[in-house]
Write a protein that binds this ligand. Structure first.
Ligand code: GLC
Ligand code: MG
Length: 522
């Protein structure tokens, strides 16, 4: 039997925004635990938890001070164990985030390093002398400004610089130093022993930097898919081969998924060669425009690149770093079309061979929140870019569960949530959608329940140019990406399994409106 993860649907929980149990306005692990039955009934196979580790939360938990401890903001180690046990009892797997590219600047190793210039303690990070009074090279932080910060020696004189591809509170490790690799082997074992089913590897393409840290020549961006001296260096693969050997010593098909923004799908596929990680998010798919030619090409290229290394494709449309797809796919100022496209895009994604990742709230059709007041924004990129960037807060607004006004059941009482929720979100709440067959929530539920009927390889079917149509085994999927209805021979109403919006049947034919997807039995 194929391992569970090859066609699994994973649901990303961003703990601070999922459910708050103690009323401080910040989601926490007991909150997640209390909502596991919801995830079970949604029909996902596994949960990915974004970081809940001890740290100052300078970047929403992607700045870790202790890789083995739970931050009190999110609960305790006992809460983490109880959550994992409950999930397993419900038949849900749990993977946790691993942040190996950088630690928090409050990590004991970094504090030691700052305290002892010129010592071996600095070898775990990337400290370098400046160049001509400025930083050692021209690399830019993804959150704005130089990727280097100058230290002050304990005697008060200006000292060396250290590298941080993200914020200054996130110093990059030097992965050529053996103690770093040894420490992360131990962290992996720690969580595997606790019982997690695997890891999502943060910035998996960044751990190794080009020898000599050469200048890059151009500015950088988080979603940069071009070649740089700090992304996608060949040396990262030695690390993943090492981790794979470690994962394989544990029973139960433990899995690791790479957050790797490879410049090409062929480069991305290198992370999932048979002796490396299991999955790699397909960001080429995520960033693909709503266009039949582009989508078909990226699907074909993905399946080709992944099957060349024997790996399944790993589809994703939303996560905590990108504009929610209900907004991203919308033409300017047209949320109705955005939601219609998002629903169609989801049905398309869930029909494709391989695994898929969902991001909390997409099953509610949540849009991006575009109008958060500047003083509420927490994304470190917002402050560092003078408000020009750093809009990741808009997809991190706490979920609405029930009721007509904030906090919509997110918190037990009326505490302000850590990011304010819009006042018009009542209709998006889980309770408002549950049981309504036209709701986005029920569409997700139905699609996840039916997904198993799509089996085997994808074969394209002949179709009009603005329609994508394919079959997998005895089931078929079509998406209309054009601006007029398209008539598709489905065999009639009793063959149609699910549609992302209203469709009309006429004999054996189904009229599929623009921005709509349909699955049917051949
Ligand atoms: C990844 C995370 C993102 C974080 C960054 C630095 O891209 O998904 O949220 O800011 O790494 O850890
Ligand atoms: Mg809380």
């Amino acid at each position: 039997m194929a391992p569970w993860w090859r066609d699994a649907v994973f649901y990303q929980v961003y703990p601070r925004s999922f459910a708050d149990s103690d009323g401080d306005g910040v989601g926490d692990l007991p909150g997640v635990r209390s909502r596991l039955p919801y995830l079970r009934s949604l029909g996902v196979d596994a949960v990915w938890l974004s970081p809940f580790y001890l740290g100052p939360q300078a970047d929403g938990g992607y700045d870790v001070e202790d890789y083995r401890a739970v931050d009190p903001l999110f609960g305790t180690m006992a809460d983490a164990r109880a959550l994992i046990a409950d999930a397993h009892a419900l038949g849900l797997r749990v993977i946790v985030d691993l942040v190996p590219n950088h630690s928090s600047s409050r990590h004991p190793w970094f504090r030691e390093a700052l305290a002892s210039p010129g010592s071996e303690h600095r070898a775990r990070y990337l400290f370098r002398p400046g160049r001509d009074g400025g930083p050692p090279n021209d690399w830019q932080s993804l959150f704005g400004g130089p990727a280097w910060t100058r230290t002050t020696d304990p005697d008060g004189t200006p000292g060396d610089w250290y590298l941080h591809l993200f914020s200054p509170e996130q110093p990059d490790f030097d992965w050529t130093y053996p103690a770093v690799a040894e420490e992360f082997r131990s962290v992996l074992r720690h969580w595997l022993d606790v019982g997690v089913d695997g890891f999502r590897v943060d910035v998996a393409h960044g751990l190794v930097k080009a020898h000599g840290l050469p200048d890059h020549g151009v500015p950088t961006h988080l979603l940069d898919l071009t070649a740089t001296p700090f992304w996608d260096q060949d040396g990262v693969h030695d690390i993943y081969r090492d981790w794979r050997r470690l994962l394989d010593t544990y029973p139960g098909d433990r899995v690791a998924v790479a957050e790797a923004w490879g410049p090409t799908l062929t480069r991305t596929a290198r992370y999932v060669r048979p002796d490396e990680l299991h999955q790699a998010f397909n960001f080429h798919y995520l960033t693909c425009p709503w266009d039949p030619v582009a989508l078909r090409a990226v699907i074909d290229d993905s399946l080709d690149a992944m099957s060349a290394v024997g790996a399944p494709a790993t589809w994703v449309l939303s996560n905590h770093d990108v504009v929610r797809h209900a907004t991203r796919l919308a033409p300017e100022a047209d949320p109705g079309t955005g939601l219609r496209r998002a629903r169609a895009a989801t049905l398309l994604m869930l029909a494709l061979p391989g695994s898929a990742y969902l991001y909390q709230g997409e099953e509610l059709g949540l849009p991006e929140v575009r109008d958060l007041p500047p003083h509420t924004r927490q994304d470190p990129a917002f402050a560092r870019s003078g408000g020009r960037d750093g809009f990741r807060d808009g997809c991190r607004v706490p979920l609405p569960w029930e009721g007509a006004e904030p906090p919509y059941g997110f918190s037990p009482h009326g505490t302000p949530t850590w990011l304010p929720q819009p006042s018009h979100w009542g209709g998006y709440a889980v309770a408002a959608q549950a049981g309504d067959p036209t709701s986005t929530l029920e569409m997700y539920r139905a699609a996840l329940a039916l997904r198993g009927t799509l089996r085997g390889d994808l074969a394209w079917l002949p179709s009009a140019p603005h329609v994508l149509a394919f079959e997998r085994g005895t089931a078929r999927c079509a998406v209309n990406l054009g601006d007029r209805p398209s008539t598709i021979h489905t065999g009639g109403v009793d063959h149609v399994l699910i549609a992302s919006g209203p469709v009309h049947h006429d004999g054996g034919h189904t009229s599929v409106p623009p921005d709509t997807a349909v699955w049917w039995r051949a």
